[in-house]
Design a protein around this ligand. Structure first.
Ligand SMILES: Nc1ncnc2c1ncn2[C@@H]1O[C@H](COP(=O)(O)OP(=O)(O)O)[C@@H](O)[C@H]1O
Ligand SMILES: [Mg+2]
Length: 407
C-alpha cells in the first residue's frame, strides 16, 4: 500500500482527493492536514510514502513546508499541487525539494500516475527503510550493547571520548569491551593508543564472505587492560570499501563476543556511520563550547530525531577543551533543547600528555576529574535507568557572556 498524506487548506479539496484515491487498490490516504505546519506534524507521525501538498495555504505555505520536509523527513517525498502553472513557481517548487508538480485541475489518472512514479523511485532508492511508527516494535537486539560516538564537527574530542569511554567501561564494569574505529578515512584510534598492529577492518572487508569470530579475533588489536580494538583502514582510499553490510556483519559478530562495542566515527555521516547508528543501543554526541560546534550538535540531534533514535538513548557530552570558550552549559542546554549529560573540563596537559604517550587518560590519570566523569558515563550506560539519574552531572556555569543562536 502506498500511504499518502494530503495537505490542503480547503476541506472539500482534501475530501475529493481522498475519494479519488480510494478507488485505487494500492493507494491509501492515511492522513490530512490544513496547512504546511500541520502537514509536517502529520507526516512526522505517520511517515507516509508520499505527501500531496497544496502551495497557497494560510499559515505555513506549501513551498516552505516542502523545504522543511526535505530536510527533516527526506524519506517523505512531496508532490506539489498548484493552480499556478508558471515557470517560476515550478522552479521554486522543485528547488524546495518537491519530486513532482501537478497543475490544478488535474485528472485522477495524472494524480495516481504521479504518486506511483514518486513511490517507485523512492522505493528503488531505498528511502523507505525508515519504518513508520505504527509498525510493530523491533525485536530486542541480541548480545552486547553497541555505543556509537558521534559529533557534527571534527576536533571536538570524539576519539578521545570513545577511547576513554571504552576504557572506563572496562574499569568500571569489568565488561568485555571492543573499540571499533569507524572513522574510515582519518581514524586516529591507532595513533592515539600507540598501537603497532598490522591488521585493520580492511582485512574483514576482504574476507566478508567467510567472516566468523575466529577471523575477527585475529584482526583485533590488543589495548591496555584487555581492551580489544578494531583499527580503521591505514589509508583514506580504503575507507569507501567498507559498506553498510560489512559494518552490520562485523558488529553482529562483535556483539556476540563482547558486552560493549564502542564505535568511534568520522565527522561525515557516511554510510558506515549511518549503519552503526541504526544498529546501536546508545548514541553519544560529543559537542564543544563554540558556536559552530553547538550548531553542529543541534543538527546532529535533529538528524538523530529524524532517524528515530530514542531520545533516552542519546547522551550529549560537551567537551570544554577550547580554553577560550566562555559559553556556559545551561545556555547550551537551552539552545540544544536537550540535556547535557556530561561536561568535560579542559585539561590540555593531561589530555595532550596521554595522547602523546599513546596511553588512555583512564590509565595515566585514573583519578582525574575527566576520568571520573567518563566512569560515570560508563556506569550510566550499563544501566539505562542510571543514565537518567546518576550521571546527570550539573553543567558548569561560566562567568562569560550568554549567547544566542538563531534557529
Ligand atoms: N578535555 C580536553 N582538554 C584538552 N584537550 C582536549 C580535550 N579533549 C580533547 N582534547 C584535544 O582535542 C583534540 C581533538 O580530539 P579528538 O578526539 O581527536 O577529536 P575528534 O575525534 O572529534 O576529531 C585532541 O588533540 C585532544 O588533545
Ligand atoms: Mg577522531
Amino acid at each position: 500500500m502506498i500511504r499518502v498524506v494530503v495537505v490542503d487548506d480547503i476541506s472539500s479539496t482534501r475530501e475529493n482527493l481522498k475519494k479519488l484515491l480510494s478507488f485505487e487498490d494500492d493507494i491509501e490516504v492515511v492522513g490530512t492536514a490544513g496547512d504546511g505546519r500541520e502537514g509536517i506534524e502529520v507526516s512526522r507521525q505517520l511517515q507516509p510514502h508520499v505527501v500531496l501538498m497544496d502551495v497557497n495555504m494560510p499559515g505555513m505555505d506549501g513551498i516552505s513546508a516542502t523545504e522543511a520536509l526535505a530536510v527533516e523527513l527526506p524519506q517523505c517525498p512531496v508532490v506539489i499541487m498548484s493552480v499556478q502553472g508558471e515557470r517560476d513557481y515550478l522552479r521554486r517548487a522543485m528547488q524546495s525539494g518537491a519530486r513532482e508538480f501537478l497543475i490544478k485541475p488535474f485528472t485522477g489518472d495524472e494524480l495516481v500516475a504521479s504518486i506511483r512514479r514518486v513511490y517507485e523511485l523512492e522505493a528503488k532508492k531505498g528511502s523507505y527503510s525508515v519504518k513508520p511508527e505504527a509498525q510493530a516494535p523491533e525485536p530486542e537486539k541480541q548480545g552486547g550493547k553497541v555505543c556509537v560516538v558521534l559529533s557534527g564537527k571534527g576536533g571536538c574530542g570524539k576519539t578521545f571520548v570513545a577511547i576513554n569511554l571504552a576504557m572506563a567501561l572496562r574499569v568500571e564494569t569489568s565488561a568485555r569491551v571492543c573499540l571499533v574505529d569507524l572513522d574510515l578515512q582519518f581514524g586516529d584510534v591507532g595513533v592515539m593508543m600507540n598501537l603497532d598492529h598490522a591488521k585493520t577492518i580492511t582485512e574483514l572487508v576482504d574476507g566478508a564472505g567467510t567472516l566468523d569470530w575466529e577471523f575477527v579475533d585475529d584482526v583485533l588489536a590488543d589495548g591496555p587492560l584487555g581492551l580489544r580494538i578494531l583499527l580503521g583502514p591505514f589509508s583514506p582510499e580504503y575507507g569507501d570499501l567498507v559498506r553498510a553490510e560489512h559494518v552490520h556483519q562485523i558488529v553482529d559478530i562483535l556483539r556476540r563476543e563482547f558486552d560493549y562495542v564502542v564505535v568511534d566515527t568520522g565527522s561525515q555521516l557516511s554510510e558506515a556511520t549511518l549503519e552503526a547508528i541504526d544498529i546501536s543501543d546508545q548514541v553519544i554526541v560529543v559537542g564543544a563550547l563554540t558556536i559552530p560546534a553547538i550548531k553542529d550538535t543541534r543538527l546532529m540531534l535533529k538528524m538523530l530525531e529524524s532517524l528515530r533514535v530514542d531520545r533516552d538513548h542519546i547522551s550529549v557530552v560537551v567537551n570544554s577543551h577550547d580554553a577560550h570558550a566562555v559559553y556556559d552549559g545551561p545556555s547550551i542546554e537551552r539552545n540544544l533543547k536537550f540535556p547535557v549529560r556530561v561536561q568535560l573540563p579542559s585539561e590540555p596537559r593531561l589530555v595532550g600528555g596521554s595522547i602523546h604517550r599513546g596511553t588512555p587518560l583512564l590509565v595515566t590519570h585514573p583519578d582525574s576529574e575527566i576520568a571520573e566523569l567518563m566512569k560515570g558515563l560508563a556506569r550510566g550506560l550499563r544501566s539505562p535507568d542510571a543514565l537518567a539519574e546518576e550521571i546527570r552531572v550539573p553543567v558548569k556555569q561560566a562567568g562569560g557572556r550568554r549567547f544566542s543562536l538563531r534557529r
